[in-house]
Design a protein around this ligand. Structure first.
Ligand SMILES: NC(=O)c1ccc[n+]([C@@H]2O[C@H](COP(=O)([O-])OP(=O)(O)OC[C@H]3O[C@@H](n4cnc5c(N)ncnc54)[C@H](OP(=O)(O)O)[C@@H]3O)[C@@H](O)[C@H]2O)c1
Length: 233
């Protein structure tokens, strides 16, 4: 039986590589969503892979788009459950400190917290139909207070801490769901920048290993990195 996966931000970076690796298996069906399917050429090229790919439009900063995209996914699933929801799309538009706090924060929260919250909300009927019910919220170690990573990237860090709290709330509301938080590491993508340490394919291989293989050892709402190492909250 096919394993069903959904993700946001599949046009590039970690989202594109997640889609690529998942489609290497013919037992996976992937609902890969992005803002602009018409220009997502790298994603489109994956249509010839072994797994089944459905590309669906979702802008996670637009509630109407989220609602329409999730409805389309429910329609395509036709009653089949959605096993894994990966909230991956995010922005980090500025490198602010508390003293240079940037009001673009409102947009960051909309993309990095409201988006994942609404995506999961509108996908609930399909998650409920699955026997796995896994929600992977892609966070960042910058969300951790205990790691003491300093004042950099203030707005982005607050948004990811908000996503962590959302994941805790999801875990407490739904004992039947497995929501987890994943830090992909410092990855060489547009968001991670050129000085990043980890190749995208290495991060994604680790993420899928933790999510797919080692999930039974994780507790719900656990915060781990791509190697399965626990991150303190
Ligand atoms: N790279 C790192 O070092 C690192 C570290 C910690 C955590 N993370 C997290 O890992 C995840 C993926 O990041 P990445 O490094 O792959 O970033 P990236 O290369 O900048 O890619 C971001 C993705 O998010 C999409 N996106 C942005 N705004 C969107 C919106 N409003 N609606 C839908 N999609 C939107 C982009 O789509 P478009 O192509 O349409 O712009 C793109 O596909 C994020 O949650 C990020 O916070 C990354």
């Amino acid at each position: 039986m096919s394993v069903t996966w959904f993700l946001t931000g599949a046009s590039r970076g970690i989202g594109l590589e997640l889609t690529r690796q998942l489609l290497e298996s013919s037992s996976n069906t992937v609902f890969a969503t992005c803002r602009s399917p018409a220009t997502a050429f790298a994603l489109d090229a994956l249509k010839s892979s072994s797994g089944i790919l459905h590309v669906v439009q979702i802008d996670v900063m637009d509630e109407v788009s989220i609602k329409a995209g999730c409805s389309r996914v429910l329609e395509l699933l036709n009653g089949t459950g959605l096993d894994y929801v990966i909230n991956n799309a995010a922005i980090s538009p500025v490198t602010d400190l508390p003293s240079s706090f940037d009001p673009v924060f409102a947009e960051t929260i909309k993309c990095n917290v409201t988006g994942p919250a609404l995506v999961t909300r509108f996908l609930l009927p399909a998650i409920e139909n699955s026997s796995r019910k896994v929600i992977v919220n892609i966070s960042s170690s910058l969300a951790s207070i205990s790691k003491d990573l300093g004042p950099k990237l203030t707005g982005y860090s607050i948004s990811k801490a908000g996503l962590n709290m959302l994941t805790y709330k999801q875990m407490r509301e739904r004992p039947d769901f497995i929501p987890i938080l994943m830090d992909p590491g410092w990855v060489k993508t547009d968001l991670g920048g050129e000085r990043a340490k980890i190749e995208t394919h290495v991060s994604v291989t680790g993420i899928l290993n933790v999510v797919d293989t080692n999930l039974r050892w994780l507790t719900r709402a656990s915060f781990t990195n791509y190697l399965g190492k626990q991150i303190p909250w």
